[in-house]
Design a protein around this ligand. Sequence first.
Ligand code: HEC
Ligand code: HEC
Length: 328
Amino acid sequence: MRELKVLAVVVFFSLLTYYLVEPYAHHEMHKKVDAEGNEIKIESRGFAYDGSGDIEQAERKGDTALVAKKKTFWADVKKISALKGNMTAGEAGFAMCMGCHMDGAANMGGVVPPSLEHAGTLYEKNYLIALVKDPAMASNVDHKYADTMMHPMGSVSSMFTDDQSIADVVAYLMAKKAGEVTPKEAFAEACTRCHAMRYANITQLGDTPKFKHEKDALAHKIKVLEEQDAVKAYMGKLPPDLSMIIRARGEHFMETFIENPQTQLPGTSMPRVGLSHEGYEKVKEYLTEIGDPSKKHREALGPWVLFYFFIFTVLAFLWKKAMWKGLH
Ligand code: HEC
Ligand code: HEC
């Protein structure tokens, strides 16, 4: 039974490498530390937004005024979250959102305001409350906005000044779940205003239409370049094309980055998007569909390959036994 022992040893070391050595090496090589050299643990918060990560981040900076400001802000969000929203009042309030978020809206301070068609599904409730209260604080990019500069959605806070009006409009959004959202719609509404997806012919202006005349295609291309210039001016750099990102970044990175980009890229200009768990799953599905279309097929094939190896091992073993029998 020497063969079985050898097999057991090989299996043991493979599993050891896979489950212990590799994750440990990964962890050591991607360690994040604060100014004093203490390790920062980046954990997924299950797509719930209560500001705890933002507050910890401010504490790490040692900025007590900022800590107090964040604590007050997120405590207010929690208070509003407990209010019962009035759907009719919310619908009237929503008309004010649509003043900026209407179909075919033009660039506004750097990006085209996204469609809110599936906002109640894509975004988490407390995040939406925070966003209407103060967009820069909600998306954790308040450090970018001094008193003189305003977030492009900033004026919303002057339209919804009392807590009840915020609770109303968010209740309306949460109730208005316009059917099932497709992975593509999720990506279009949550990411496309900043990120292109070359493999799917998506630019910051959405789907690229098919043009009959080259002149029209070129005219569209100029519009895209102008849009990209605006996004670049707003973000400080052109956000990367996301066609292949799902292959480059692991699950843990993607989840924690989407929940709070500052955790993985401190100081980044990408705002928090505030996706709900469901919204994230849809976006991920689309990124996988475009960037790694053979994944499903590969995963389906896996068990069969293992089965094949198993049968093959048994046969090889029996064959060897048969061959050696006559020699003893
Ligand atoms: C003054 C114009 C304006 C108004 C009014 C406005 N928005 Fe926005 N909104 C924007 C712009 C511009 C963006 C894109 C900001 C960005 O990407 O940095 C945006 C982004 C968003 C997003 C995506 C943000 C994210 O972080 O993912 C949501 C959701 C949203 N708005 C909801 C609302 C709701 C709900 C209302 C009404 C209560 C509203 N907006 C009112 C301009 C506006
Ligand atoms: C308002 C603009 C904006 C929106 C909306 C936005 N992003 Fe970004 N994103 C950026 C910018 C800017 C960067 C570059 C960040 C940097 O390098 O600091 C970035 C970078 C990234 C990266 C690369 C991080 C890395 O490893 O370097 C990923 C992944 C990403 N975004 C995913 C998304 C997804 C998914 C969505 C939609 C759910 C989204 N982003 C929405 C602006 C945006």
